[in-house]
Design a protein around this ligand. Structure first.
Ligand SMILES: Nc1ncnc2c1ncn2[C@@H]1O[C@H](COP(=O)(O)OP(=O)(O)OP(=O)(O)O)[C@@H](O)[C@H]1O
Length: 252
């Protein structure tokens, strides 16, 4: 299985509020294969979202590189960015905040298709299909983000992320703002999509129980570094690092 994402020796240093350097990510390397679900776990501030931003090309690494389908991710605009976002999409923690409150969900989804050159009527039709595929009635295309529940809005966000038929989906705490029922429905949806489309998932979470349910392999981050990695069952069954043990104790 050839990797769709290769991260090599990523490092990201920020200037902190007092001017001191903050090393958010330090020497992080991993590969993600087609159809694989890779968990990225760690406590708040361990560097997970920074890794996501580097993989998505929202931010530039201080050192190291990310490749998606063999092309180096550069934090830029234009045709390289269009190519990149056809292949990789992201689902965020707060679904309502990820949609423009003045636009309907259907318009939000259709817009990402229109940006890729699809004509408006076809984009609208496709938006309805995508909503249906994500378990929502097509009529939800006419609703605004505040007119749906958090779980429904997250399904719409997943529908939008799937519009370009990406091969990689980065989910950053995609279920942690949802209640238990909505959380399990969204997890089920992600698992279904992954099975249907050989979608690779980078599944970021602080919740080891969700990672156990969802991921083939897991990377454990602490203070910007990967402190443990391996097949999920193996890491959970035989944690080598005290930090991993504490994550497991907290939730399992
Ligand atoms: N733009 C920034 N400027 C300065 N420091 C930053 C910036 N972004 C992140 N950091 C710092 O980098 C470290 C890693 O942050 P990051 O958001 O990646 O962690 P995280 O594991 O995703 O946390 P959480 O689970 O709370 O989202 C933290 O110490 C954070 O304060």
């Amino acid at each position: 299985m050839s990797p769709v994402v290769i991260a090599r020796d990523l490092r990201r240093v920020f200037a902190g509020p007092d001017g001191a350097a903050v090393t958010a990510v330090d020497g992080v390397s991993f590969q993600l294969g087609a159809g694989e679900c890779l968990g990225l776990v760690g406590a708040s501030g361990s560097g997970k979202s920074t890794v996501a931003a580097l993989v998505m090309g929202f931010d530039r690494p201080t050192a190291g590189s990310v490749q998606v389908h063999g092309r180096e991710v550069r934090c830029d605009r234009g045709s390289a960015a269009r190519w990149h976002y056809r292949h990789i999409q992201m689902v965020f923690q707060q679904p309502q905040a990820s949609f423009d409150p003045r636009r309907t969900l259907g318009r939000g989804i259709a817009e990402s298709l229109m940006n890729a050159g699809v004509a408006a009527p076809a984009a609208r039709e496709r938006a309805e299909e995508l909503l249906t595929r994500c378990g929502l009635p097509a009529a939800f295309a006419d609703r605004y983000p505040h007119q749906v529940s958090g779980g429904q809005c997250q399904r719409a966000a997943i529908a939008r992320a799937l519009a370009s038929e990406p091969s990689v989906l980065v989910c950053d705490e995609a279920t942690s703002a949802l209640d238990m029922t909505a959380q399990s429905q969204v997890m089920e949806l992600l698992a279904d999509i992954r099975g249907q489309r050989q979608l690779a998932l980078l599944f970021i979470s602080h919740d080891m129980a969700l990672v156990q349910q969802m991921c083939d392999r897991v990377l454990v981050m602490s203070d910007g570094r990967i402190v443990e990695e391996g097949p999920t069952a193996h890491v959970i069954g035989n944690p080598q690092h005290p930090y991993t043990q504490s994550l497991i104790d907290a939730v399992l």
